[in-house]
Design a protein around this ligand. Structure first.
Ligand code: TYD
Ligand code: MG
Length: 464
């Protein structure tokens, strides 16, 4: 606030000039040609603000907060507003918490708007008012999409607006139970010098909206775009401000989508929600392994099935490898959905420990279905797929792999092996290849357990 008038306190807030960096959002006392924090040239812009002391002094005594005993603070779990979408509520930890701010982040085109709209529809169908603020699309576009993907219920309100003051006013008049904004990057506040979407703008706008949500007590859902490197315009700088960050992930060209809590003040960050993007919107998937394995090519050489964990949920993923003589001098390693470092490491271990001349081969490796393999539990399946492709011998169709491979070619147990094998058994796998000591007891009923201490055993048992 730079206004010289003050109606209630009587004191005149003193204004002060600072210089804000439009790249990284830091503020500086004087103008410089280059921001000392992010080293960008010509990024500092002048900005006038009311000084803190003037603001605090002018605050009436009754508005100041005081300390209270913890058991006198009113809060109960039942206040949560369930979205009604099981996969979303699971990730939230039961539902939206009044007064909280959640960020739904993800790359453009992944399905954030669709997800927000489906949450809005579902909440509105429960008779709770949802105010959907759209700055990206017109109200008519949202209406068309809404008709196509589901049923809106009676309490879904659309507001096509980018200006923060109008949005705040609308929230005040509409009395929504939940507010959703698509996207936070489109909201602008004309007192901030940067254009809509700039780091400073996004941060200030978010901070004001979070304050409002806290004061009025509605849950706020904000969509935020992240680019591939995660650096541009916003969401990363917002992560510490909001109560939770739900990341929506998937591969372009694939329909599997995973909602993951990167941060959640009101629940576990281990849970994931799994969806399939279809022509009529997102469908919740309660049997992701079945979906992923529905087109499995396990009879061909180069295919192995891994049992991985997404959060606490076991997921069976087909891993494919194609090993061919190197086309050009240096051998190529082309992973998709698999960490590049893991692939080169496994190729090197197979070469050194088993004497397989992969140094002269190109290797393509793929986690099928748009899954991104994280961690090391898929190592054993990837090694098996590479061996299978190299020897051109297919692996038995009904064996599941779960284990980490070390630099010495040793196979190590991975956490949650029992859970992984139970899922595999449920889906018709009759044998499992795991590290010795992975299970403290017998495996799932009817499943043969092949304990494999090193890659040499894997090779001799399955492919040679
Ligand atoms: P969208 O929710 O607009 O993504 P974001 O808000 O993250 O940018 O949806 C992205 C893509 O999803 C879009 O390119 C088309 C596809 N899509 C479907 O396949 N089916 C649908 O029902 C909808 C709404 C979108
Ligand atoms: Mg969108």
């Amino acid at each position: 606030m730079t206004t010289a008038e003050n109606t209630d306190g009587g004191t005149v807030p003193r204004a002060r000039t600072i210089f804000l960096c439009l790249e990284c959002g830091t503020s500086h006392e004087r103008h410089m040609g280059r921001c000392p924090d992010c080293n960008t040239f010509n990024s500092l812009k002048e900005h006038r603000i009311a000084t803190e002391s003037a603001r605090t002094k002018s605050r009436p005594v009754e508005e100041r907060s005081t300390a209270v005993l913890i058991d006198q603070v009113e809060a109960c779990e039942e206040d949560r507003i369930a979205t009604g979408l099981i996969e979303v509520d699971r990730v939230l930890g039961g539902g939206l918490v009044p007064g909280s701010g959640m960020l739904i982040s993800g790359e453009p085109g992944i399905g954030k708007s669709t997800l927000l709209l489906q949450i809005a529809q579902s909440i509105s169908r429960q008779g709770k008012r949802f105010l959907y603020i759209t700055g990206e699309e017109s109200a008519a576009q949202v209406r068309l999409r809404s008709d196509r993907i589901g049923e809106a219920g009676n309490e879904l309100w659309l507001h096509s607006e980018c200006d923060l003051d109008s949005i705040e006013q609308q929230i005040g008049e509409n009395h929504p139970a939940v507010v959703g904004i698509d996207s936070i990057q489109t909201v602008s506040w004309d007192e901030i010098p940067a254009g809509a979407g700039g780091v400073v703008q996004v941060r200030e706008v978010t901070s004001r909206l979070l304050n409002l949500a806290r004061k009025v007590g509605f849950p706020l859902l904000m969509v935020g775009h992240v680019t591939k490197d995660g650096s541009v315009a916003g969401p990363r700088t917002l992560e510490h401000m909001v109560d939770g960050v739900l990341q929506f992930e998937g591969e372009r060209g694939h329909n599997l989508r995973i909602l993951r809590a990167l941060k959640n003040r009101f629940g576990s960050t281990d849970e994931v929600g799994i969806f399939e993007m279809r022509s009529d919107g997102l469908r919740q998937v309660d049997n992701p392994s079945g979906l992923l394995l529905s087109h499995r090519h396990s009879a061909s050489p180069g295919s192995a099935t891994a049992a991985v964990l997404e959060g606490t949920r076991p997921l069976l993923v087909e891993i494919q490898a194609l090993v061919t003589p190197a086309a050009h001098g240096a051998p190529a390693r082309k992973p998709s959905g698999i960490e590049a470092g893991r692939l080169s490491m496994l190729a090197a271990v197979l070469e050194k420990r088993l004497g397989i001349p992969l140094g002269g081969c190109d290797i393509h490796a793929n986690a099928v279905g748009g899954v991104k393999l994280k961690g090391t539990a898929g190592d054993l399946a990837l090694a098996a797929a590479i061996l299978s492709s190299f020897h051109d011998r297919s692996l038995p169709r009904d064996v599941i792999f779960a284990g980490e491979v070390g630099l010495l070619g040793e196979v190590r147990p991975v956490p949650g092996t029992r859970q992984r094998l139970e899922e595999a058994s449920r889906l018709g796998f009759h044998s499992a290849c795991v590290a010795p000591g992975s299970l403290d007891g017998p495996g799932p009923e009817g499943m043969r357990i092949h304990e494999t201490a090193e890659l040499a055993t894997l090779a001799s048992r399955f492919v040679e």
